[in-house]
Design a protein around this ligand. Structure first.
Ligand code: UD1
Ligand code: UDP
Length: 384
């Protein structure tokens, strides 16, 4: 599909569609970069798949959605999100047709927005293209969302060389893929410069070098028994390592919060809180001793900051984190989580050695959004 810009138009009209917290954090640097350059007219379309969590992320970057479809419902189903996004984004594209639609990653917003654009023959650019776990059931439904989005896309912004290879092996022409690095590194670099101390009051307990573990979990595969095991493992780790505390910013999903609050709610040393503002969360990653997480973005941020992260999944689409040395795949296996945490927390020399081995950042150097803007400018000039 061609990006066919009309000769008389001075600017390329770019619609950026975002729905969840990570899409906002990872697309904010792209939106800011495109707006800072001439030649683009950028409209931010929020589906509102996430409500408070999306706004929290956008606020930090001083961004406001130009359109917010506000679709979120409590305990929403995939069917509901998919159809509401398809209809809502479709209507928005009909009202004011852009030259290109940019989507990010692998959420239901991502795939449905890409479909809405495709149905109107509007080209789709996929940021964070090519990630693959090679297991359609994990993460679910994200692996299928990314595969289908890449099938729909006409512009592929792959964060790593491995992601590029994944796309080529699926038939995407090699010379049409741009390897940019991950835009989360751009967001992180921008943020870490300004982070000195957290502003969330519950985090004052962690100041002055108090050692702590950071836990986040929200994936569908973790719901129920796996999440219970993860929480129980954390309790055991805290029992064995009495000097440590745990910071647990809970995702807004009630399914996740119910389990976490039930098991960790009254546990000594555990600080449960609402989702943190991005700078506070970055402070936490940078200041903690160890991270336990099933998040995609947190694997990348931990790697960027050379922080050990126990990946609470059976498989990851970000094996670069493991090759780098920061990531260890532990799933929701209670004994494995405890053993790996004990290995890292008991022996300072071994810990230091692991951190020292984590060299460079496979996820990029903070210039991904500039590369994406360059690529779009190239398309712009070519089309004119
Ligand atoms: C979604 C994405 C997942 C991504 C994650 C990032 C899909 C299928 N899942 O999962 O890929 O990793 O976002 O966090 O696209 N809620 C609120 N307020 C909010 C956000 C969520 O109350 O600001 C609650 C609502 O009850 C909502 C529920 O969380 O129904 C689940 O949200 P949903 O977007 O469906 O799933 P996530 O688990 O957040
Ligand atoms: N994050 C945040 N506050 C929190 C927890 C996470 O700002 O309390 C950020 C984190 O830094 C990362 C992103 O949210 O950039 C990850 O989002 P999430 O884990 O919800 O989704 P995933 O990356 O797994 O899709």
């Amino acid at each position: 599909m061609q990006i066919a810009k009309k000769k008389h138009e001075a600017e390329m009209k770019v619609d950026v569609v975002i729905g969840t917290r990570p899409e906002a954090i990872k697309m904010a640097p792209v939106i800011l970069e495109l707006r800072a350059r001439g030649g683009f007219s950028v409209r931010v379309i929020a589906t509102g798949q996430h409500a408070e969590m999306l706004n929290q992320a956008l606020n930090y970057f001083s961004l406001t959605a130009d359109v917010n479809l506000g679709i979120m419902r409590r305990e929403q189903t995939l069917d509901y999100i998919a159809s509401a996004v398809l209809q809502g984004v479709g209507g928005t594209l009909d009202a004011d047709r852009p030259d290109v639609v940019l989507v990010h990653g692998d959420t239901t917003t991502t795939l449905s927005a890409a479909m809405a654009a495709f149905y109107r023959r509007i080209p789709v650019g996929h940021v964070e293209a090519g990630l693959r776990s090679h297991d359609m059931s994990s993460p679910f439904p994200e692996e299928m969302n990314r595969v289908l989005t890449d099938r729909i896309a006409s512009l592929w912004f792959a964060p790593t060389e491995l992601a590029r290879r994944n796309l080529v092996s699926e038939g995407v022409p090699a010379d049409e893929i741009r390897v940019t690095g991950n835009t989360v590194v751009d967001a992180l670099h921008r943020t870490i410069k300004c982070v000195s101390a957290p502003k969330e009051s519950c985090m004052s307990q962690l100041l002055h070098g108090v050692p702590f573990i950071l836990l986040t979990a929200h994936r569908r595969e973790s719901w129920g028994v796996p999440l219970e095991r993860i929480c129980e493992a954390l309790l055991e780790i805290l029992r064995q390592h009495g000097a440590y505390r745990a910071l647990v910013p809970m995702h807004k999903n009630p399914v996740v919060r119910d389990t976490i609050s039930r098991i960790l709610g009254k546990a000594p040393g555990v600080i449960l809180c609402d989702p943190l503002d991005y700078p506070d969360f970055v402070w936490a990653i940078n200041s903690c001793k160890l991270i336990l997480s099933d998040s995609g973005g947190v694997q990348e941020e931990a790697t960027a900051l050379r922080k050990p992260v126990l990946i609470l999944r059976d498989v990851t689409e970000r094996p670069e984190a493991i090759e780098h040395g920061s990531g260890v795949l532990v799933g929701a296996d209670k004994s494995l989580i405890m053993a790996e945490a004990d290995r890292l927390l008991s022996d300072p020399a071994a810990y230091a050695e692991i951190v020292a081995r984590c060299d460079g950042n496979p996820f990029g150097d903070g210039t991904a959004s500039a590369k994406i803007a360059d690529a779009l400018s190239g398309v712009h000039k070519l089309a004119i």
